[in-house]
Design a protein. Structure first.
Length: 126
């Protein structure tokens, strides 16, 4: 009667795990790991819709501040709607005029958020 070890195939008596099988399984595991890490890295570099919306609001408010007499006094109330690349930002800003009186001004901007730059146009102010 032949004694088989746990590492041998009961039918052939040969080892269950040949070096070729081990290398093949290892290579497959490396490929799967590379795919998973690639997907995770892509998702980590993709900004969320909330991040894009916040960038659009910030870009619009910066443009509006540039038109104010006292930008340091500005208090914004902004909302943004859009699809992830193009946004319409609208709201009001409370700021001081040249005499120190507080005024509320309505505004609206069209903002396109891109990979390399953000383009902002004030479409209504006043």
């Amino acid at each position: 009667m032949t004694n088989f070890t746990a590492q041998q195939n009961l039918t052939t008596g040969k080892p269950k795990w040949s070096p070729e099988k081990i290398v093949g399984i290892g290579a497959g595991a490396v490929v799967v790991l590379a795919i998973v890490l690639g997907i995770a890295a892509t998702r980590a570099n993709t900004p969320s819709i909330g991040d894009l919306r916040a960038e659009a609001v910030s870009a619009c408010e910066t443009q509006v501040e540039g038109k104010l007499r006292a930008p340091a006094s500005a208090v914004f109330d902004s909302t943004a709607t859009g699809d992830g690349e193009s946004f319409t930002v609208s709201g009001t800003v409370d700021s001081e005029n040249g005499f120190g009186a507080l005024l509320q001004t309505a505004y609206e901007c069209d903002v396109t958020v891109g990979d390399a730059r953000t383009v902002t146009a004030i479409t209504r102010m006043g």
